[in-house]
Design a protein around this ligand. Sequence first.
Ligand SMILES: C[S@@+](CC[C@H](N)C(=O)[O-])C[C@H]1O[C@@H](n2cnc3c(N)ncnc32)[C@H](O)[C@@H]1O
Length: 296
Amino acid sequence: MPDPRHLLSLTPIETWRLVRRRLPVLRDGPAWTAAELLSSAKHIRGIRFAELLLRQEAIVRRHMDWSPLNFEGQHVVEVGCGPLAGFGPLAIFCGAASFESADPEWNEKLFFSEPISERYLHLFHADLVGLYGPRMDFAAFRSALAQRMTIHRSGFETAPITAPVNIVLSQSCLEHVFPLEATVAKLEAIQTPKSRFLHLVDFGNHYPTKHPLDGLYEQPAEAYIARRGKAINLLRSSDVTRLFAESSIASSTIPARRVADNYRGTIHPWWRERYDDEALFTQLVLVAGPPAIVDS
Ligand SMILES: C[S@@+](CC[C@H](N)C(=O)[O-])C[C@H]1O[C@@H](n2cnc3c(N)ncnc32)[C@H](O)[C@@H]1O
């Protein structure tokens, strides 16, 4: 269990999530409530997925000849879409033939419930119309979501998602997966050399601290995880690059945010023995490939 002193520093919701993650009996229990999601500044804004994609593709374009992902007619897969179907509604609105994901926290009944439909999907749809034009009205959008999205309530590594997939996405998920090897193996199994992918990985501490890496490097990774629970796997960008390089997936790792300048914390020798400054202070990376649709 996490250190009880640490639990006292968290909000009740954070404490509950942390404890739940460590208790197998509760791990599959109902997680999110509509009220909790609708009061979250992050979750309430579905259009953030379009904003994230626009920003991420702009960053990738600085590093390679990247043509924008085109969802039209594609089979789109997301690793760990979260409780509100992640990139799913955006992909479906933009013409994806199907969207498939797996997330242990998925609850289909909650997603299609009246409060989520009224207060989340309606606004998301209106924002999508503003950004991409009136591709479909709300009724058609909602029924396309019901018909063309399949989300498994499980870990991605064990989900019955099969090859071939056209587009693979993830947003701040790979750093939460234990062990990441199994997820990369699953990606390897469902992707072809033509599958285009974009993973945003956040190596920060995931707390609203002064610096995004505060507290991470004061002890070896295992000790941090033992204290705080299995919330983040503490791999660094060099580990993720290596895992993809060891697979058959040809990928590029692109730094999206380096945060070395104002880091004031101590760094335990365990970290210095394994990582250089580049790996220690790159908070956000994009793992991407291939630049455009590959002709066979
Ligand atoms: C920080 S949240 C991000 C959720 C979503 N991508 C978003 O941006 O809102 C991390 C997500 O990873 C999911 N997750 C953790 N382990 C997973 C696994 N083995 N397979 C799939 N998803 C997983 C969690 O349930 C959680 O929804």
